[in-house]
Design a protein around this ligand. Structure first.
Ligand SMILES: [Zn+2]
Length: 1021
């Protein structure tokens, strides 16, 4: 009781000390300003600008505008210590609402000083920039994109801070907060309380702002310091908290990439400014893509950043080009993130980054440990899994074992957030977090040093001077873990050393994120573009590599592809690809995709033309390019409807066929297509009056594919109102309100030929129209559902459901470079949490001798519980993009019932075939041609091993071949064969660093491979 009263007294007193710390205050109620439509970065103006006066209480603002404010301030006296400038471009208000506050960059006498935003209203101005006693102040202010965007100009204040008042304030405040963190009977608490109270008694408030008052403050401060020294013995050596300044700057989210570039300028200026005043301050930033933009936008600022990097106080780490998504991003893209990221850091800063820094991505694929380790990186840091809604993740420091068995040292930053249950990457520096990070931490038995990144993030800003003052104060106070500034890379190296020979827990699974499950589906067009670009860049690289090795003097289009890749990788950002950004971000993304597509299409067209021109042909022909690892049979169709089935198109190669052979080949196979019935070589499919499948019979295996009495391809809709993050989440209760799409408005037989049967259905659902062609073939067991949706609904989720006649407690999902098994039961809370899971191109439910796969050409959200296989087709969230997904969509999903388990089936090949259609090029008669009509570039003799990537090596003219084992088998003497003999072969890591010479014979390389292993070879032909 008494303690509380004393505390109140001290708190009140401290408030007063803070109020009295500002000296020689100059009020500046008026400035000049204008709206800068050119959005220039620097205060470089000609005379034509019409500066207007703005005075206190005047309103300014508007959507996404840049204004410049200026004022010449004359100082009344010579000043040798730093000045503080407090900027009120908006009234002081509630800081808890994220949007709706102007963000400015402050310039004084021509130099950028620091960012001004709602968390950084005070700028420290070093005496170095105000020689001559004149401050020529400019503010470049961005209004923002959300909220009212009308601000009230409230003037500026310029002042000095009385040194001892400031020191006393921070020390006393942190002692008070430390007292709150300590246990009732803790002797340190008692002692701290006493000395603080004693120091307070020495302050003489009789004549505030008098010399006497400030002397009493100095006396109190010195007393407090002396007394703290006496408590030295109570200071702990352990645990220790290593602090690194940080600012999570999303590449795009509630703002666009353009705004991010501006945010970087503000945030980085602030960091540099504070580094001048606080020599101990260390800061870390992770995105090479943003460094590159800064280099282009603001070279002077970039050079200053570079100096600090060289000095070691600014840490450039993280490794990936941007902080990528890893649920939807294909494996090759994740590798390129590291390839591009690491290369940039090396080339620009001479840094070899070892830490993959993904504090905020929405779940982490089981493939990641191998990708990270084999890209020459060693550590993984995040916080996000602590947001799990249902299960608390059991470890904070652990070996994360990946799909192939690779172990990756992983660490969660356990900094508490005052308003939330989860850990944060936007840490504060205060006794609450310093104590809390340790209290939260679960591996206290193996490690007593933790990493705390501090600074305002989620849009930039970064650390404040208050945080740095708090750090200095906390360093002196006993009772809390030790604090020390440090670097992230060094932290991880020490962590690795510290846990050596300790009993470190192992997590052998994906890091599934129990939240944000809607991000596998939201903004469907981005997912579709993403998948198509995966194919396009794969094709562009392979086809150009082929030309490189077939034609002399060919220049591989490295520069243009690199340009495409950089933009492509940028759009893998963890708020762009997941669909969680505002509308403007997706308007930009559409433009980016156009450019990225354009680059790849141009290079593909050039490559196939160059090859086709060289093919010997007696008459007009078609060249069919197969860019997959598998020899395949495909139907080729001309615009005039002529089609034929072409057999054995070689893997990574081409086959040319004469146009005159394109007469429909009558193969002796059954194909019946009626409005309620399809029968081909493999199946009998019967439909009910609503267009749903009421029977799917597998003729070859003599079994019903669907559960008895259940319907297949049921289009299910659900009210989709997550309780908080609309574009992010699917409510765990979404299943409660299901409606089937049953309003069939048309059914039409579109094709009935021996090669192909097509039955088209059209449904209405409220304001939306769903059209679907169900396509069956006689050369493949795949049943395609080629779908077009005009989607007009708000907050509605659309799934297709197949209740299949399969009993299994595990389903298998395709992920990057492999697959993962997940439970189909709800036995545990971990199973329950996985009610929607991410996948790449297919998922499967198999029993011992039979199974069903569900494939897709651009969808990622699946759920398979008990025997019901579902794929999420569409959503339509209204926040943060009110218009999300209410547009036309096209996509294909396919059902593939098969003999045996998925391992015995053709699912891997069929998924590639669905996603990588053959490329057809018409050629004219060319008897001069020297290329054969049938050609393979490379092939592999083992169907479990998939060649994923063929490209020119980054640094020489060898061909880079990346392949992986896709079924979990250990294989001996797998053989890859090239079209010509090999001169040299080297195995390298994923980022193309050479590791060992490979033996080869003629045109073949033999190697062993372990389950889900990724291998990369450089081969000189
Ligand atoms: Zn983020």
């Amino acid at each position: 009781m008494l303690e509380n009263i004393t505390k109140k007294k001290l708190e009140n007193g401290l408030r007063e000390v803070k109020n009295l710390q500002n000296l020689s205050v100059i009020q500046i109620p008026q400035m000049e300003y204008f709206e800068d439509k050119e959005r220039r970065f620097k205060p470089e103006f000609n005379d034509s600008i019409d500066w207007k006066k703005i005075v206190k209480e005047e309103r300014w603002g508007g959507y996404d505008k840049v204004f410049w404010f200026r004022k010449n301030i004359k100082l009344p006296e010579n000043i040798e210590e730093p000045l503080f400038l407090k900027v009120f471009l908006e009234k002081d208000g509630d800081l808890d609402v994220i949007p709706d506050y102007p963000e400015s960059l402050l310039f004084v006498n021509g130099q950028f000083v620091q960012g001004i935003d709602k968390y950084h209203k005070e700028a420290i101005i070093s005496p170095k920039v105000f020689q001559g006693n004149v401050l020529n102040v400019y503010l470049r202010s961005w209004t923002g994109l959300r909220g009212e965007l009308n601000y009230t100009f409230s003037g500026l204040e310029l002042y000095k801070i009385e040194k001892y008042s400031q020191k006393y304030y921070f020390l006393a405040k942190n002692i008070l907060e430390t007292i709150d963190q300590l246990g009732e009977n803790d002797i340190v608490k008692v002692k701290l309380f006493n000395i603080l109270n004693e120091s307070y008694k020495r302050i003489n408030f009789t004549k505030p702002r008098s010399k006497e008052y400030y002397e009493s403050i100095k006396d109190s401060y010195n007393f407090l310091q002396e007394e703290l020294k006496k408590l030295r013995n109570f200071k702990m050596d352990s645990p220790k908290v290593v602090l690194t300044g940080h600012s999570h700057i999303d590449m795009a989210w509630l703002w666009t990439v353009l705004h991010t570039r501006e945010k970087a300028q503000r945030t980085f200026s602030t960091v540099l400014n504070l580094m001048q005043e606080y020599p101990e301050y260390i800061f870390m930033h992770s995105s090479p893509a943003l460094y590159k933009l800064l280099k282009n936008d603001y070279p002077e600022l970039y050079e200053k950043v570079k100096e600090r990097i060289k000095e070691g106080r600014w840490e450039a780490t993280g490794g990936m080009w941007i902080e990528s998504d890893s649920n939807i991003s294909p494996g090759e893209f994740l590798i390129r993130q590291i390839l591009f990221g690491k290369r940039f850091l090396k080339e620009e800063f001479g840094i070899d980054s070892n830490v993959v820094w993904l504090p905020d991505a929405f779940g982490y694929t089981y493939a990641l440990p191998q990708i990270i380790k084999k890209s020459g990186m060693k550590y993984f840091a995040t916080t996000k899994i602590s947001w799990n809604e249902i299960n608390k993740f059991p470890y904070d420091t652990f070996w994360w074992k990946g799909i192939d068995g690779t172990k990756l040292l992983s660490h969660f930053i356990t900094t508490p957030d005052k308003n939330n249950y989860f850990y944060t990457y936007n840490g504060m520096v205060e006794p609450f977090t310093i104590k809390g990070i340790w209290d939260n931490y679960k591996q206290k038995d193996i490690n007593d040093e933790l990493l705390l990144v501090f600074g305002w993030g989620d849009g930039g800003g970064g650390p404040t001077y208050e945080m740095l003052e708090n750090y200095r104060a906390i360093k002196e106070i006993p009772g809390l873990p030790q604090v020390e500034m440090g670097r992230v890379e060094d932290y991880f190296e020490r962590l690795e050393e510290r846990i050596r020979d300790k009993n470190v827990p192992v997590w052998d699974d994906e890091l599934y994120f129990e939240l944000h499950r809607g991000t596998y589906t939201s903004q469907a067009f981005v997912k579709r573009e993403n998948r198509k670009l995966e194919v396009l860049y794969h094709n562009a690289e392979f086809l150009n590599s082929m030309v490189l090795k077939l034609l002399k003097d060919f220049e591989y289009p490295k520069n243009s592809l690199t340009e495409g890749w950089e933009l492509l990788l940028l759009n893998q950002f963890h708020d762009i690809l997941p669909g969680t950004s505002i509308r403007e971000v997706y308007q930009d993304a559409r433009k980016d995709f156009e450019k990225i597509n354009g680059i790849a299409n141009k290079e593909i067209e050039r490559a196939i033309s160059m090859i086709s021109q060289e093919i010997k042909s007696q008459e007009d022909s078609l060249v069919l390019f197969n860019t997959t690892s598998f020899e395949r049979d495909e139907i080729v169709e001309l615009e005039n409807g002529k089609k034929t089935l072409v057999r054995e198109i070689p893997s990574f190669g081409y086959k040319s066929i004469k146009v005159s052979n394109l007469e429909q080949r009558q193969i002796d196979e059954k194909m019946i297509v009626k409005e309620d019935y399809i029968e081909n070589r493999y199946y009998i499919i019967e439909f009910n009056k609503k267009g749903q499948i009421r029977r799917l019979y597998d003729k070859e295996n003599k079994r019903e594919v669907l559960e008895e009495g259940k319907l297949g391809n049921v289009l299910q809709t659900f009210e989709d109102k997550p309780y908080f993050f609309d574009a992010w989440d699917i409510s765990p209760y979404f299943n409660e309100k299901m409606k089937e799409v049953t309003d069939l408005i048309e059914v039409k037989v579109e094709e009935e030929s021996p090669l192909k049967g097509v039955l088209k259905f059209s449904w209405r659902f409220y304001d939306s129209i769903i059209e679907q062609k169900i396509i069956v073939y006689n050369h493949t067991r795949r049943i395609d559902f080629d779908t077009q949706v005009d989607w007009k609904e708000r907050q509605v989720l659309l799934k297709t459901a197949f209740p299949v006649n399969i009993r299994s407690t595990k389903a298998t999902y395709n992920i990057q470079f492999g697959n993962i098994e997940r439970s189909t039961t709800n036995n545990t809370s971990w199973d329950i949490a996985k009610f929607e899971v991410p996948a790449q191109k297919w998922a499967d439910l198999s029993e011992a001798n039979y199974g069903v796969s569900l494939l897709n050409d651009c969808k990622h959200g699946y759920d398979i519980k008990e025997n019901v296989m579902r794929l999420t087709l569409l959503r339509s969230p209204i926040e943060p993009d009110e218009t999300a997904d209410r547009t036309e969509h096209i996509f294909v999903y396919s059902l593939l019932p098969h003999t045996g388990t998925w391992r015995d089936s053709q699912v891997i090949q069929e998924a590639y075939k669905l996603n990588y259609p053959i490329i057809v090029k018409k050629i004219e008669k060319n008897e001069e041609g020297s290329f054969p009509d049938n050609f393979f570039f490379i092939k592999v003799n083992d169907p479990d091993v998939v060649i994923e990537t063929i490209k020119k090596a980054e640094d020489d003219y060898s061909v880079l071949v990346r392949l992986f084992e896709d079924k979990g088998s250990r294989k001996k003497e797998v053989e890859i064969e090239f079209f010509k003999s090999i001169k040299k072969a080297v195995e390298c890591n994923l980022i193309e660093e050479e590791e060992k010479e490979m033996a080869f014979k003629d045109n073949k390389i033999l190697f062993n491979i372990t389950p889900y292993e990724i291998k990369t070879f450089k081969v000189w032909l």
